[in-house]
Design a protein around this ligand. Sequence first.
Ligand code: FAD
Ligand code: PYC
Length: 416
Amino acid sequence: MKRYSALGLLRNALSHNRNWPEAWRSAEPKKHYDAIIVGGGGHGLATAYYLAKVHGMRNVAVLEKGWIGGGNTGRNTTIVRSNYLWTEASLLYEKSIQLWEGLSQDLNYNVMFSQRGVYNIGHSLQDMRDIERRVNANRLVGIDAEVVDAAQIKKAIPHINTSATARYPILGASLQRRAGVARHDAVAWGFARAADALGVDIIEQCEVTGIDVEGGKVVGVQSSRGRIGADKIGVVVAGNASVVAAMAGLRLPIESHPLQAFVSEPLKPVLDTVVMSGAVHGYISQSDKGELVIGAGIDAYNGYGQRGSFPTIEHTMQAIIELFPIFSRVRMLRLWGGIVDVCPDACPILSKTPIDGLFLNCGWGTGGFKATPGSGWVFAHTIANDEPHELNAPFSLERFTSGALIDEHGAAAVAH
Ligand code: FAD
Ligand code: PYC
């Protein structure tokens, strides 16, 4: 990785960064690619990277309507874990954690993956039964998971409120110690830079406006930068999946909702792990800059505006102050929203489609950041081989007609 001296940084700042080398080329669209990935978020970029690196497909373009990582990849609260209930889901997310563990080295770019542990708090006997069931299920498939009681939580997180008289008392939690956080925009930049180095064209400010299908097979896209031909197209557009799929005549079983997050003013180190509560509807960690990073449950209505409503903000703040009364006087700095595509079983779609050469990666709902490398890994396999990888075979579109749903509403851990 290129290193910059303090003098070099100053020189770049004074020259308005004119001499700063580009981390990836600003590619011009070619007439034709072997594969086009629509969407330059983490999942799309990871797909392109593994297509080039693992499957030797280098005539590949990523088309992004805005800027790299400007969608949900740059808007999430960065929580990474694999403690889902059903084997199909937990193995998919676990593949991702294994890739996260070597990702900075693989990309030669520091994605700041920090395995600081994730606590999913239980507030009732039923919560604790669900936690025990999920922890046992995780351990059976080799995923690290433990049940901890309120005293252990208090010891590890001294500022949390474990009073028995709290409105939602803390009875215990599941703890995954290998879980944690990563720096979300570094993930997009790291994959973009590494894909570009393998010859992938990354084309920003290029909105796909149509998908061309001839004789039941994709042949290219219409875009704000003209028509671009392709043998294969992977649609990886998170909150816009239904809109882009409709361009090929597909109707998806997806609802799009706003999901909000917030950061506080920076504080000295006060919280060195991640705390989530599905019951009070909030989750919190502290960034390396010192900001408290806080997230909400979804706003209940459907929409494509990247902002949410005030009642959800108020509800989330109540939840966090219930858990951490000490934070009641912390000032909030910023808030934002992203659009999440939610499937009826709170699991993603990683699938071929009835149209030859058209593949879908969507429906990650509130929880796809953690899956970024694993999703790219299995989706690249699916595109390159025209067949799913064994890890994503259960996440096909057909499950919505066969009924083989994988219900992960509980482990999604964010209110839907
Ligand atoms: P995106 O990053 O959204 O990328 C899709 C890209 O497609 C966008 O850049 C968009 O501009 C582009 N696009 C759309 N339409 C077109 C078009 N027509 N042509 C070209 N490009 C197009 N997940 C977790 O695991 N942990 C968390 O802590 C977490 N917290 C979250 C908090 C919030 C507030 C939000 C909103 C989400 C959170 N998530 C979390 C979910 C996670 O962010 C997403 O599931 C994940 O980032 C999706 O990645 P992606 O690459 O598919 O999508
Ligand atoms: O899926 O772990 C998760 C998550 C945390 C915040 C939003 N989603």
